[in-house]
Design a protein around this ligand. Sequence first.
Ligand code: AP5
Length: 191
Amino acid sequence: MEILILGPQGSGKGTQAKLIASEYGFAHIATGEILREAVTAGTELGLRVQPILEAGELVPDELMIELIRNRLDEPDAAEGFVLDGFPRTLVQAEALDAMLAEIARPLVAVFEFLIADDVCIQRLLTRAELEGRTDDAPEVIAKRLALYHEITEPVVEHYRATGRLVGIHADRPVEEVFGEVQAALDRAGVA
Ligand code: AP5
């Protein structure tokens, strides 16, 4: 069962992806987390992407596509996965579609988290105080959200055209958002 979550930074993709993964036994594949772990570990990938993450820019498509191709091959993804943070560009979306077609694993649900920018900004500023993520500085948040609207929203339209896109009202408490997600997964036949 393959699930995709799209939505602006701070909309709660990671929070809900973790809940789905734990409730349904799927792998949670979060590209931002994979990249931050590489930065912390000081790997070649980490050194390359660190300035990009800190600036709130997007990591090049070829690198991200390769990373996802390898990650989907890992054993924990065999029963299903929740993708959080990928795809963010049309090139990535088309690469993902091709990868999934190749292995005959279609997406069962694509969620679009609907929420206003000002709510996202407030959440990320709160997270900055609690966790100190370097890209949660005000000017970097503004850059990330601008890139979402410019580059990632066309990806939402790409999936809307498939008829599998489900809008989720993400400006509500975590449990309520998860309730709506679960209802949509029930309708999609995910057990
Ligand atoms: P990534 O880690 O994916 O960051 P992001 O997209 O900015 O997402 P966030 O983690 O900020 O938001 P989220 O929607 O997951 O919300 P969360 O649940 O955490 O990417 C980081 C960077 O990596 C990118 O900028 C880019 O450089 C690079 N990158 C990654 N993927 C890439 C790709 N495919 N292509 C190119 N580059 C890529 O919640 C946010 C906060 O809100 C938390 O504190 C949470 O506790 C709180 N919260 C969550 N839900 C609620 C709720 N319902 N009510 C109140 N608070 C809530």
